[in-house]
Ligand binder design. Structure first.
Ligand code: HH2
Length: 262
């Protein structure tokens, strides 16, 4: 269970809520108490049309929160959600165990850094970049194209010296995809699982839930829980969510009652 800690002013669902270090620490504590086993700290929004943030600004957002989190996150694993090796380096030094890179290693320094530090890395698929990715996403066969991309990035990562068992794969729900593409990827998750690595799915509060339910972004809790259950049933090993306690409770009840067992 990966809990999201966005320390940004402009994230799509919780922008500004945890930008202040005290609020971020309180939220991290609540997510850990609610059952998060990984806290994913991010200082740059990658929502559609998000402005690019430079490394100085990203670090200025993240570092005070990392300092303030201290022992709190030591109790669980934590990851840094960044596309920049310079930001990842600071976070790994501070104790992060995983780099969550939505660009799957676009920064040429990222794979060598992760290899050198013996850290984990989540490789995510994105078509285009956040500025334009939702303008007109197109695929021939979205599932096989995403799987082929992840396979090639996984090979690039291992060629750079990252251990295969340090890699997590992510189809990148909402990153250059229509609602139909997102649904096809959840339905077709087994194709990505065949690559032999754990799969992370991040669908919490995203547009596909709004498309299905007609709900605004601040009213997608029930839809997000439904999506997390579907992702786990489809084989996801990690779900990245905003509402940890509610999702953990739902998953526990669902599992205890035989949900997903056919
Ligand atoms: N989604 C977001 C950010 N990082 N990382 C992974 N691995 N997978 C995802 O699906 C993913 C991600 C977008 O969600 P959020 O962090 O809530 O919003 P924002 O990018 O606006 O900060």
């Amino acid at each position: 269970m990966m809990g999201i800690l966005n320390v940004t002013p402009d994230s799509f669902s919780d922008g500004g809520a945890y930008a202040d270090a005290a609020a971020a620490v309180a939220h991290a504590r609540a997510m850990i108490a609610g059952g998060a086993t990984i806290i994913d700290v991010g200082g740059e929004s990658t929502r559609p049309r998000a402005p690019v943030v430079d490394a100085v600004e990203e670090l200025a957002r993240v570092v005070p929160v990392l300092d303030a989190l201290g022992d709190d996150v030591a109790a669980v694993a934590w990851s840094i959600d960044t596309r920049r090796a310079s930001v990842a380096a600071v976070a790994l030094e501070a104790g992060a165990v995983l780099v969550n890179d939505v660009s799957a290693g676009a920064d040429p320094d990222m794979f060598p850094l992760v290899a050198d530090r013996g850290a984990g890395i989540c490789l995510m698929h994105m078509q285009g970049d956040p500025a334009t990715m939702q303008d007109d996403p197109r695929y021939g066969d979205v599932v096989s194209e995403v799987a082929a991309f992840l396979e090639s990035r996984m090979r690039a990562a291992t060629d750079a010296g990252i251990a295969e068992d340090a890699i997590v794969l992510d189809p990148g729900i909402g990153f250059g995809k229509t609602a139909a593409h997102n649904l096809a990827l959840i339905h077709g998750l087994r194709t990505i699982l065949r690559l032999g690595r754990p799969v992370l799915v991040g669908v919490s509060r995203k547009g596909v839930i709004g498309e299905i339910t007609g709900r605004a972004v601040d009213d997608r809790l029930a839809g997000s829980i439904g999506a997390a259950l579907a992702a786990v049933c489809a084989g996801a090993a990690v779900v990245r969510v905003h509402d940890v306690r509610e999702t953990v409770d739902a998953l526990r009840v669902f599992t205890e009652m035989g949900g997903g067992m056919g």
